[in-house]
Design a protein around this ligand. Structure first.
Ligand code: MTE
Ligand code: HPA
Ligand code: MOS
Length: 748
């Protein structure tokens, strides 16, 4: 169970918007651009300022430091200055007595725009030379000379859509002015350290004057890795100026219109295979729609390159990635971080090749799975590769061939309904692709009543990281997890924390907590040995009791802690962890960028109603490699949740921007996320004999990888459509909405 589950069920878990307001709290709302690309000719706040209850309006002129929220590429302004580059871009922040007044005031601001040409499509941006950075390529083998060795070469293109995060808690922050020009910020962010740093940069104050605190998030999914920052900084700026607490919460529709999403990709591929269907060569060019600013686009694109070959060994591979600047809100991190796009595009190529060969895609997939000792295109060796074991266990445990037979039977008996099954192997590298982020700190206190307090950089956003971290500390001290509390994530207790992202929350913070706990445990061992008058080497801990050579003594945890305290021993420890052995050379684009890889394999069965175009995902079977699970229920929940989120991306979730850069799907009535009825029967098994020496207690990270099992939903739908309409030419353009199915089945 998630550590927050009871509070959630009681409605008692606090989110930013639930915090009781301090007297004098003011409310903020941004004035945002109503045009996607324009010069600001004049800006007139007179009518807005005249509104009763409006306190002040701040713009770029009020920034003491740098007007810059950009992180990797420093190209993103907090407030538009003279020019706007996407619709929904903040120009000013309005502060009023109530949120309603602030919103009304925003509508009274007079902005005179001189419109400029708007680009919303990545390929068009590329033609116009609008790039975030120069193109980047990963190459292995000898791609140019490889095609002549292939028995079959197939080319094509594929597209993937954007995806809205739909975290339940929308973007929100409160800033409190403290004495001596200090600030405390409560922010719904995955990256408290980043909020602190960017806030210090923009306000031109040292980081130690800013405390950022996060209790929990109502979901993040990557959407609060970078994009929680501007809202927090805007209220901090206002709180600093006005010396009042200032709060902001976006509505769902505002959040959808103002913030970026998963990057849409467009790609061209060329795939070459031998007679048997083994992939020999793969060449791909990705056009990423970055939106107006870099945000995390280049890191995401880098991960796309790393995962271009998925769980396959492809001897000759060339992947080129182009990040294209458009006039959309900056697209950002979203579960999978560029890998889901890479995997969809490669499966499109495989599907197309399979069609030409008149075999099932699984024939190609199976023969191409990477094996231990083979290298990924970026040079890292696959060690303990679990692609084949996952594939085999899936087929065995879930009797896939029987399922295939009953599907064939069903299709013979039904003419208007068709079923199909597709398989999806996955592989995902664990580590931040940004090397320096692979570090974490922990601070552990044992109070003299025996209760334990742990601070670290992990943000709880529903993924259950705090359950895992508590389990790690409980195991080391051999105490009841109920004695251990995970504190809020706070920049005063933990400095320079990395965002909780890249699925590394439990890995990095768990290792730091382990080291800190082991430090205290050594002290406790000394204390116990002294008290029991035995050699420290004989001392152990079990069931809240000190053991001597594995036999229980009569010294228990609470008594030991009191003894240690009375003997004036340190009952607090701080520790740092940095993932070992990571390296990557950007010149050669080779190295070991990941601590390890996560593997797995899934099968998906769908039924299409070929008269109406509606469909259902019936059954999903998954074998997933969690190593040794740190928390079984949490891992199962992550796998199921990720699968359903991926299913939404590939089926009903359709983000539509029109040519003016206006979001047409700006609320949850026009943007359809999966609900409980869309969730299929999901059966998950952990990979047998899973292990991971590189992970904390042999576990593997789980957060993002299972998202990509859903890729099979798209290809199962294509197969079902083809069994109804044999001449149907598969198109690789996700999401596969009901409209697309219907048109695909019946249009001339
Ligand atoms: N699960 C829930 N319930 N809510 C979330 O916001 N975010 C996902 C994943 N699972 C998320 C989630 C993403 S994008 C990541 S990177 C990981 O959780 C982050 O947490 P971890 O590193 O602790 O796995
Ligand atoms: N994943 C998520 N966030 C990141 C990464 C990554 O690999 N690199 C930098 N920020
Ligand atoms: Mo997750 S996309 O790395 O927050």
């Amino acid at each position: 169970m998630n550590s927050d589950s009871v509070l959630h069920a009681q409605g008692a878990a606090q989110f930013v918007d639930d915090l009781p307001l301090t007297a004098g709290t003011l409310h903020a709302f941004p004035l945002v651009s109503t045009i996607a690309h324009a010069d600001i000719v004049t800006l007139d706040f007179t009518p807005a300022r005249a509104l009763d209850g409006v306190i002040d309006i701040f713009t770029v002129k009020d920034i003491a430091g740098l007007n810059q929220t950009g992180n990797k590429a420093v190209d993103e302004v907090l407030f538009a200055d003279k020019r706007v580059v996407y619709k929904g871009q903040p120009i000013a922040i309005i502060i009023a007595k109530t949120a309603a007044i602030a919103r009304l005031a925003a509508s009274l601001c007079l902005v005179d725009y001189k419109p400029l040409p708007i680009v919303v499509d990545a390929r068009e941006a590329d033609r116009l030379g609008l790039h975030i950075a120069p193109p980047r390529s990963f190459t292995s083998g000898d791609i140019d000379n490889s095609w002549s060795d292939c028995d079959l070469v197939v080319t094509g293109s594929a597209e993937t859509g954007a995806q809205e995060h739909v975290y339940l808690e929308t973007q929100a922050a409160i800033a409190y002015p403290l004495e001596d020009a200090q600030l405390k910020i409560i922010s719904a962010t995955q990256a408290p350290g980043m909020v602190q740093r960017i806030c210090a940069r923009i306000l031109a104050i040292p980081m130690h004057k800013i405390e950022v605190d996060v209790l929990r998030l109502g979901g993040g999914f990557g959407g609060k890795e970078e994009q929680a920052t501007p809202w927090a900084v805007m209220v901090a700026l206002a709180a600093n100026k006005l010396q009042h607490p200032v709060k902001i919460t976006l509505s769902r529709a505002e959040d959808m219109r103002f913030t970026g999403k998963r990057h849409p990709y467009s790609a061209d591929f060329k795939i070459g295979l031998d007679k048997a269907g083994k992939i020999l060569s793969y060449q791909v060019t990705y056009y990423q729609n970055a939106g107006a600013f870099a945000d995390l686009s280049l890191s995401i694109l880098e991960r796309t390159l790393f995962h271009a070959g998925n769980a396959y060994f492809i001897a000759n591979l060339q992947a080129t990635a182009i990040s294209c600047r458009t006039h959309l809100p900056p697209n950002t991190a979203y579960r999978g971080f560029g890998a889901p796009q890479a995997l969809f595009i490669l499966e499109s190529a495989i599907f197309k090749a399979a069609q030409v060969m008149r075999v099932d895609a699984s024939v190609i997939q199976r023969q191409s799975l990477i094996q231990s000792g083979q290298a990924f295109a970026y040079g890292m060796l696959a060690e303990h590769a679990q692609a084949v074991p996952s594939w085999k266990q899936l087929h065995k445990d879930f009797a896939i061939s029987e399922q295939q037979e009953s599907i064939a039977q069903f299709n013979q008996e039904h003419h208007l309904e068709k079923k199909a099954l597709a398989i999806m192997p996955i592989c995902f590298g664990i580590a931040f692709t940004a090397f320096f982020l692979n570090q974490a700190d922990a601070l552990v206190h044992i109070y003299n009543d025996g209760s334990v307090s742990i601070s670290c950089g992990a943000v709880e956003m529903g993924q259950g990281v705090k359950v895992k971290l508590r389990a790690i500390a409980a195991q080391i001290f051999a105490i009841d997890p109920a004695r251990i509390k995970l504190e809020s994530t706070n920049t005063t207790r933990i400095a320079n924390m990395s965002p909780t992202a890249a699925s590394t929350g439990a890995d990095l913070n768990g290792q730091a907590i382990r080291i800190a706990c082991e430090q205290i445990k050594q002290t406790l061992t000394q204390q116990a040995a002294l008290e029991l008058k035995v050699d420290p080497a004989l001392i152990g801990f079990k069931n809240e009791t000190v053991t001597i050579a594995n036999n229980a003594s009569d010294l228990n945890w609470e008594a030991l802690i009191v003894l240690a305290y009375m003997s004036r021993r340190a009952l607090s420890a701080q520790a740092h962890y940095a993932t070992p052995k990571l390296n990557f050379d950007p010149k050669t684009e080779k190295g070991n960028p990941f601590a390890y890889h996560v593997y797995g394999c899934a099968s998906v069965e769908v039924t299409v109603d070929c008269l109406r175009g509606i469909y259902q995902v019936d059954r999903v079977n998954i074998v997933h490699d969690v190593g040794q699970s740190l928390a079984t229920e949490i891992d199962l929940g992550q796998i199921e949740g990720a699968l359903v989120q991926g299913l939404g991306w590939l089926t009903t979730e359709e983000i539509i921007y029109d040519q003016s850069g206006t979001l047409r799907s700006a609320n949850l009535t026009t943007y359809k996320v999966p609900d409980v009825y869309d969730a299929p029967d999901i059966q998950v098994k952990f990979l047998d004999k899973g292990s991971n020496p590189q992970g904390i207690f042999n576990s593997k990270a789980v957060g993002e990888p299972p998202f990509m099992y859903a890729t099979a939903v798209y290809f199962a739908l294509l197969k079902a459509m083809q069994s109804f309409r044999h001449e149907y030419q598969a198109e690789f353009s996700a999401p596969m909405t009901v409209e697309k199915v219907l048109l695909g089945l019946h249009s001339e």
